[in-house]
Design a protein around this ligand. Structure first.
Ligand SMILES: NC(=O)c1ccc[n+]([C@@H]2O[C@H](COP(=O)([O-])OP(=O)(O)OC[C@H]3O[C@@H](n4cnc5c(N)ncnc54)[C@H](O)[C@@H]3O)[C@@H](O)[C@H]2O)c1
Length: 388
């Protein structure tokens, strides 16, 4: 049966930051609707003003993507933080995508599971390990499919990296180096209402925690983290500018490897891309390096210089209008397929995301306890580890 889709949240990831940025979730779903893969689309935000702005943006999307959309935006009359509940209760054959600020993922996802609705949550799954476990147990108990949109699993560079590790091309892993940062306009402008309620490791670093787990099946063992509060604090936002973390893992072979994460979200707004992202994996018989910022496409025009990532989420011109594609849209399409066919692919399940939540929580604990090593709570995560 063709499902209807409820999107909760109407921000940057759903429909873009400005008229030039088409966003990821809504354009992907509009294209699927045009193909007949899904029925109606509902977008629930919490404010009437964002519902109205969404409706305006829909006109741009419909014209650029050349689709005749069936989309309803809420709330219509009055601001309401629980508007999504009305639609979730009233609509038959519904699946949901939760794209609200990090600290709200748990409550909204929990409400949707109570109503029996298959749900995809954007990363990070939750902000605490206990919340991640509670949602996973509820979904498993009620046999509802729950996914987390860890789209880096769908980046072809990372698929090849995973294949190489699976084929043991570089021997036993010794260490992994991840560098991941974004422009300061993200915490200072785009997320200014909620950036103090998350941290840069939980918001961004978590992507590569999930990726390392997905690629290796290794078990996180212990964590130590340092961080600096400087520039954002001076702007009245009490969160870390940068977090550096060491995560020790036990590979399936039983041997240990280390991963070092260097993250920040105070890069200059003039830097040449929104995200600077690199991963290096070093083993006993080789190394694999992937610069996931410099993909070999640099554009310079009157507005400045940009290193373009053509593979995440981009609009491409076609004969009439354009289409949106990339590993972001691909991960959303895969969720739709997973719901239909019930054959779960590379999509991260709630159980998978418990592992990344155990690491982000331990990083927070280490930051609060003078950078001490913090053991991952193995007794709490062991039932969710993927032990093929
Ligand atoms: N922007 C990206 O590229 C990206 C990519 C992947 C994941 N994410 C994740 O997606 C989530 C949202 O990110 P964003 O960039 O869209 O943020 P944003 O701040 O631009 O948008 C958040 C949206 O949530 C809405 N919202 C807040 N409370 C709500 C409620 N109770 N009910 C309904 N809507 C509510 C806000 O009105 C706003 O429209 C975050 O968890 C982020 O980590 C973002």
């Amino acid at each position: 049966m063709t499902p209807n889709v409820l999107i909760i949240g109407a921000g940057m990831y759903v429909l873009g930051r400005d008229d030039r940025d088409l966003g990821t979730i809504l354009p992907t779903l509009l294209q699927e609707q045009a193909k007949g893969e899904i029925g109606e689309i509902f977008v629930a935000s919490s404010r009437v003003t964002s519902a109205k702005a969404g409706l305006e943006k829909l006109k741009i999307l419909a014209s650029k993507l050349q689709v005749g959309p069936k989309v309803k935006f809420f709330p219509a009359a009055q601001d309401n933080h629980e508007e999504y509940l009305k639609i979730a209760k009233e609509t038959k054959n519904l699946i949901a995508i939760v794209a609200v600020p990090d600290h709200l993922h748990f409550k909204i996802t929990n409400d949707l599971l109570d109503l029996g609705i298959p749900t995809m949550v954007v990363k990070p799954f939750t902000t605490t390990l206990s919340d991640a476990i509670a949602l996973t147990k509820k979904a498993q108990g009620k046999k509802i499919f729950g996914a987390v949109e860890f789209h880096k699993r769908f980046d072809e560079a990372n698929i090849l990296l995973k294949d190489a590790l699976t084929d043991n091309k570089i021997g036993d892993l010794l260490y992994v180096l991840v560098e991941y940062s974004q422009k300061r306009l993200i915490p200072l402008e785009v997320f200014k209402e909620w950036s103090a309620k998350t941290n840069i490791f939980q918001y961004l670093g978590v992507h590569y925690v999930d990726l390392i787990y997905h690629m290796t099946g290794a078990r996180p063992v212990r964590v130590s983290a340092t961080g600096q509060k400087n520039l954002l604090l001076a702007h009245g936002i009490d969160t870390y500018d940068s977090i550096q973390a060491n995560i020790l893992w036990e590979a399936r072979s039983g041997k240990n490897f280390n991963s070092v994460f260097l993250t920040n979200w105070i890069d200059s707004n003039k830097t040449s891309s929104m995200s600077d992202q690199k991963i290096k994996v070093i083993g006993t018989s080789g190394r694999i390096e992937s610069d996931q910022k410099n993909r070999g496409l640099q554009m310079v025009d009157g507005e400045g210089i940009e290193d373009v990532n053509p593979y995440f989420s981009k609009s491409f011109k076609k004969k009439d209008g354009c289409y949106v594609d990339g590993y972001g849209p691909k991960s959303i399409r895969q969720f739709l397929q997973d719901c239909k066919k019930r054959t779960y692919s590379a999509t991260a399940t709630f159980a998978d995301a418990v592992i990344s939540a155990s690491v982000t929580e331990a990083v927070g604990e280490s930051l609060r306890s003078n950078n001490q090593w913090v053991e991952i709570k193995h007794n709490l995560i062991k039932d969710f580890l993927n032990v093929q």
